[in-house]
Write a protein that binds this ligand. Structure first.
Ligand SMILES: [Zn+2]
Ligand SMILES: [Zn+2]
Length: 200
């Protein structure tokens, strides 16, 4: 009885207890910030945790609602500042089409974030293409059915944009491509629903 109460109190205290995977990522993100002489403050940690725990992109208002639900209400400017910090550090990305945020798939990959231009941009396929050197290019696949987002950094796309822009005498710095469509899971669901309909 006492033990159960203690557990409940404990849950109440650390209101926004995240999944073990997310907690592990948050600890690593804190270390990542520390290496850059930055701090993953409690507020930033909460916001990042909520984004990582959500399989779908989180809008600023979803985050404000969630913070209120877990007993950690925050003013909108506070959340916007936290999002700004997380985005600037490459820990989260803003999906413009959805006005929402997702955790970066390579958020803890120092090599991807910090690797200075070492001339790996020749399309060897080894790099994630996510590095902050040369053209910063990321692609997001947005499923219009389930709203999940997959992040890609296909170097072939980066190279193609670079070449096409250069042909116009344009020096590209960043290129975020947002592709809308149907993910493999949703396509499979649709196919099995169709075959079921066909049988009956
Ligand atoms: Zn990323
Ligand atoms: Zn989908």
């Amino acid at each position: 009885m006492a033990a159960r109460l203690a557990v409940m109190l404990d849950r109440g205290m650390s209101a926004a207890a995240f999944s073990p995977d997310t907690e592990r990522l948050l600890d690593q993100a804190a270390a990542f910030c520390e290496r850059r002489s930055l701090r993953l403050t409690d507020q930033r940690r909460q916001v990042l945790g909520l984004i990582l725990d959500n399989p779908r992109p989180s809008g600023a208002y979803d985050l404000l609602d969630r913070l209120r639900e877990v007993g950690r209400p925050a003013a909108p400017p506070t959340v916007y500042r936290a999002l700004e910090f997380l985005t600037a550090q490459g820990l989260v990305h803003r999906i413009e089409r959805l006005s929402a945020f997702v955790g970066c798939s390579h958020m803890l990959d120092d090599a991807a974030h910090d690797a200075a231009g070492t001339g790996t941009g020749t399309g060897t396929g080894t790099g994630t293409g996510h590095a902050h050197h040369g053209l910063h290019a990321t692609q997001f696949l947005i499923c219009t059915a389930c709203r999940r987002v997959v992040e890609m950094a296909d170097s072939r796309i980066r190279v193609a944009i670079d070449a096409a822009a250069s042909a116009e005498g344009f020096k590209p710095m960043a290129a975020t491509v947002e592709v809308e469509g149907i993910c493999a899971d949703c396509a499979a669901d649709a196919a099995s629903a169709q075959s079921l309909a066909g049988v009956s």
